[in-house]
Design a protein. Structure first.
Length: 541
């Protein structure tokens, strides 16, 4: 008992601040659209979150719109610059407020010469110097990819494929149902299953709200645990202030009572929440990346749309006339009509489980793919994959690759004439051509750069935020924090059970000694001996 008491008391106090941050950040992560307009200035964050040399996915790519004009886009939104990168101007007038809403995943010049942008907040077309939103026929507004061909524009969201025609009166967008893949099985990855359980999304909105409640409960347990920890010492220092001592004692009893009740009622759910979270980050993530099992019936894992939340990017293969879709389960080829099943491409480049960041077609049938697993040159028709930097052949991927490679690639674009730029998530932009000068990141962008509250919550929740404290060892923060929280929860459950059993025995003895039924009211919550000494006698009941 003493061991469990020690673990619950001291680990709980030490970990309380981290548990609070886990809970608050988790609630924010569950409601991205609600918080999408809220930003944090990066200058108030640790230096690891300050932009320098176009790092941190600041830029994904660029689109030339005139002989001496480029639209640079990515996490910084959309900016207008010239071919020498000497002047930058913000160019997101008309897009919803908030850096998360302005985060741009794809841009394209349509066959009719219109400039469209796929952002987190929807699809936009450039009219003059203002972006106007194009309505989409699906509730999901986040655009992940754009592909143009002679028959129109294909628009990809995380779950749907749309087709857009340009007419004299505007734009017509319709949904194209995506057929099942040829090798389709109603299976799900273990990683995805753990993720939807951890977020509550497995049961839709009710599940997410329940996880929000668990987050609020963990906040309450942390605060009441701290109150219970400091109350005895506080009352010692209030010997001559009886009224204040009574109030502290009253708050302490309330805290202890509901700490016990809520803790034991929801103990099992909080243990599940903790365990699932531990496996969503390396190193525990790596062993489960390739594991699959049948989709659970009556949950979101058994969604009628086989592509639900799996679509990442799209390209029109100009060599074969087919479309290639990048998904969370690899690359698939589709005929232009999308009427037949999609075929999984057998020889494909490695893509990090964190997702694809680069999918370009510099020449017919030749693709450049980039992710946190590196950057590669891919020729599907010849079944060839080469490392884009070294030129060496790469073994075909078997499922999704490890989360991180030697170079975590966040973006790429080629201006021609040997001006080719690769964006490393950590180090920033560099060029393979030593004769090409690297464009500097303007101070105006760096100083005014903001980070979406949602992304800050993600950094905190995944443990990356603590890298300024732990350095490279931050990767161990999630498993160690999870283990600590498990010890706190389990020790608390054991303590409650021991006290509950003790209370039952006392009640049984009292009934037998008195020869009559004991008071059936709920027994008073147990108060530590140290605390009880400092509770006024008249206030104990």
């Amino acid at each position: 008992m003493k061991v469990f008491g020690f673990l619950h008391r001291w680990l709980g106090v030490i970990a309380a601040i981290f548990i609070l941050l886990f809970a608050v950040s988790g609630i924010v992560l569950n409601h991205r659209s609600f918080f999408s307009g809220t930003d944090i200035n990066r200058k108030f964050l640790p230096k690891t979150y300050h932009y320098h040399n176009w790092n941190l996915s600041a830029v994904k790519s660029a689109l030339p719109i005139a002989p001496d004009s480029l639209l640079v886009y990515g996490n910084i939104g959309i900016w207008l610059t010239d071919s020498t990168f000497s002047n930058f101007q913000p160019f997101y007038q008309g897009i919803r407020r908030g850096s998360d809403n302005r985060r741009t995943e794809a841009m394209l010049e349509t066959p009719d010469g219109n400039i469209i942008a796929g952002t987190m907040s929807g699809l936009y077309v450039l009219i003059g110097n203002t972006w106007e939103r194009i309505p989409l026929p699906v509730t999901e507004k986040r655009v992940t990819g754009l592909a143009g061909s002679n028959d129109g524009v294909k628009i990809l969201t995380r779950s749907h494929l749309l087709h857009m025609n340009e007419t004299g009166s505007g734009f017509q967008v319709i949904e194209l149902p995506l057929p099942h893949p040829k090798d389709f099985k109603r299976e799900t990855s273990l990683f995805r299953a753990l993720w939807v359980i951890h977020s509550g999304k497995i049961l839709g909105k009710p599940g997410k709200l329940f996880v929000d409640i668990l987050g609020l409960v963990m906040i309450f347990l942390s605060i009441t645990g701290i109150i219970w920890f400091i109350a005895p010492d506080l009352m010692k220092n209030l010997k001559n202030r009886v009224r204040v001592r009574k109030r502290v004692a009253r708050v302490n009893r309330f805290s202890l009572k509901w700490h016990n009740k809520l803790g034991i009622w929801l103990l099992g759910f909080m243990i599940i929440l903790t365990i699932t979270g531990m496996f969503l980050r390396p190193p525990l993530l790596i062993p489960i990346v390739t594991k699959t099992f049948p989709a659970l019936k009556f949950t979101i894992l058994d969604h009628p749309n086989p592509w639900y939340d799996k679509l990442r990017d799209i390209q029109y293969d100009r060599l074969t006339g087919a479309y290639i879709l990048s998904t969370s389960e690899g690359f698939y080829r589709a005929e232009p009509t999308f009427s037949d099943s999609l075929w999984r491409i057998t020889h494909q480049p490695p893509i990090s489980i964190m997702g694809i960041n680069v999918f370009e077609q510099p020449a017919d049938g030749i693709f450049i793919t980039g992710s946190f697993s590196g950057i590669h040159k891919w020729v599907p028709s010849e079944m060839q994959v080469h490392d884009f930097i070294t030129g060496r052949p790469v073994a075909p991927a078997r499922g999704m690759a490890n989360p991180f490679g030697n170079i975590p690639v966040a973006g790429y674009f080629d201006m021609g004439n040997g001006k080719e730029f690769i964006f490393d998530y950590n180090a920033g932009v560099f060029s393979l051509n030593r004769n090409v000068s690297i464009p500097h990141m303007p101070e105006s962008i760096r100083q005014n750069a903001r980070m979406p509250l949602w992304n800050l919550a993600l950094e905190i929740h995944t443990g990356r935020f603590y890298s300024f404290m732990f350095g490279d060892y931050y990767i161990l923060f999630i498993p160690l924090a999870g283990l600590t929280i498990l010890l706190i929860l389990v020790s608390g459950g054991v303590l409650w059970w021991k006290h509950f059993k003790r209370g039952k025995r006392r009640k049984y003895k009292k009934e037998n000694l008195c020869g009559k039924k004991a008071d059936s009211r709920e027994p008073q919550e147990i108060i530590s001996k140290t605390e009880k000494e400092f509770i006024p006698v008249e206030d104990e009941n």
